[in-house]
Design a binder for this molecule. Structure first.
Ligand code: EPU
Length: 419
């Protein structure tokens, strides 16, 4: 098992190009299955989750090649609808293939997806929505079999009880080639939904309202291939900003999505960092010790503060001057990183949804283990700001979402080694 050895204390300084978004690339790769031509996806991040999506596409009869941050997908041979259990378990986004397979061949066999353990992650909303669109769903020896009895799925009005990102994406994927109109009420408004819709529109889909609470999709009979550039990864961007804020120094992030990162940046500004943004660049400078954030940091669906940035910001605020309070409202179990931060000297009290972080002057290195993607990244952020050596295990979690993580950190002057 690989681990990172991190020696903290270096100030960070440098420029970096932000990677493409994992959470955009994965549903867009699934969407490519719906097309008849060739899709060329640029700015696609080189991540283990992207390689898993590529394996799933190949297993469904598509041809997917990945090199130099470009995925080329030819779905003309897509004729299979079964995803083996081991591939389903590799990541949460494997469930997104359900809507795409139904849209393409009308029948799929999948199982409950894997992904980070952040508490229960049911797929009831996905299944209920697909069933409203005409899908019949069976439990098939622990696997889920889903089939559309008619030639095409049927458009439907669907109201989500919570704006689930994955359920919204699955409905869109099933609806773009369905018969008639689908309206999703209380849809997720995350930028990655807009990126998926942008890709599908470039392929000829008829979708309106993405980025708002109601999305209207009119089914078409055919989608063509296209060339598309995946949006930058707002959470990877938040990670490198928080890292520089924690360790001190300055960073210029290039190729960013400034507007989409605003919910994170507007909170980070309260810590006293100097932050300047232009179209696609963000400059951050941290001179003095960070200040705690006075207002409660509540994770909410977009455009609220992103749950994916909660652990990462906490890793910076553990050494801020004063007390910050987090409230996690999206996942039941997303404070698993706090034990590691406490082992490194942080003062954190978790009480249900809330975590009270009393800033300490300094952290120290420790032997810690990542248990999920963003929690693992948070431990690396804390280790880079700490005194001494941290051995960070479980880094396969980090490799799922951060492209060449250690190279990026070294380019900023951080001391990190993969062993
Ligand atoms: N939920 C249900 N039933 C469902 C679907 C969701 O109860 O059928 C609940 C979940 O249990 C959770 C909440 O709704 O409590 C939100 O889940 P959502 O469906 O919005 O999340 P997701 O699609 O599983 C995506 C991202 C996550 C990110 C969340 C929230 C991908 C591949 N994953 O997950 O990203 O935290 O949206 O923004 O897009 C990460 O990148 O580290 C990551 C975990």
């Amino acid at each position: 098992m690989q681990k990172f050895t991190i020696i903290g204390g270096n100030r960070l300084s440098g420029e970096m190009f932000l990677q493409g978004s994992k959470n955009s690339a994965l549903p867009i790769m699934a969407a490519a299955m719906l097309t008849d031509g060739q899709c060329v996806l640029k700015n696609c991040p080189a991540l283990t989750d992207v390689y898993s999506a590529s394996r799933i596409l190949n297993c469904l009869g598509c041809k997917c090649h990945f090199s130099s941050n470009c995925a080329v997908i030819d779905a003309s041979g897509a004729d299979r609808g079964e995803i083996p259990e081991n591939l389903m378990r590799e990541m949460r986004s494997s469930i997104m293939f359900m809507g795409a397979i139904l849209g393409r061949i009308g029948e799929c066999i999948v199982s409950v997806p894997g992904g980070c353990e952040l508490g229960p992650r049911p797929i009831d909303m996905h299944l209920a929505a697909l069933s409203r669109m005409g899908a019949e769903i069976f439990d098939c020896g622990g696997r889920i079999r889903c089939r559309i009895p008619s030639e095409r799925a049927k458009g439907a009005r669907i109201s989500l009880s919570f704006p689930s990102v994955g359920a919204t994406e699955n409905i869109i994927l099933c609806a773009v080639k369905a018969e008639g109109e689908t309206i999703i009420h209380n849809a997720a408004r995350e930028p990655e939904i807009c990126d998926l819709c942008g890709f599908l529109r470039a392929c000829g889909a008829n979708i309106k309202g993405d980025g708002e609470s109601s999305i209207i999709i009119n089914g078409v009979t055919r989608l063509n291939g296209c060339e598309y550039t995946i949006m930058p990864d707002r959470i990877a961007g938040a990670t490198y900003l928080a890292m520089t804020a924690a360790a001190g120094g300055e960073i210029i992030l290039k190729n960013t999505c400034t507007a989409e990162m605003e919910p994170f940046i507007s909170v980070l500004e309260h810590t006293g960092c100097g932050i300047y943004t232009s179209d696609n660049k963000i400059y951050l400078r941290r001179g003095q010790r960070l200040k705690a954030v006075r207002d409660r940091i509540r994770t909410m669906p977009h455009p609220g503060f992103p749950t994916d940035a909660q652990a990462i910001l906490m890793a910076a605020l553990v050494t801020a001057d004063g007390t910050s309070v987090f409230e996690e409202n999206i996942f039941d179990c997303r404070y698993r990183h706090t034990d590691a931060l406490i082992k490194m000297g942080a003062d954190i009290q978790v009480m249900g949804k809330a975590a009270v972080v009393r800033g300490v002057p300094k952290l120290h290195g420790a032997d810690v283990e990542a248990t999920d993607l963003r929690g693992g990244a948070a431990m690396a952020v804390a280790a880079l700001a700490a005194d001494g050596v941290t051995h960070l295990g479980g880094i396969s979690h980090i490799d799922r979402g951060y492209e060449k993580f250690e190279e990026a950190v070294v380019s900023l002057g951080g001391n990190i080694r993969r062993e």
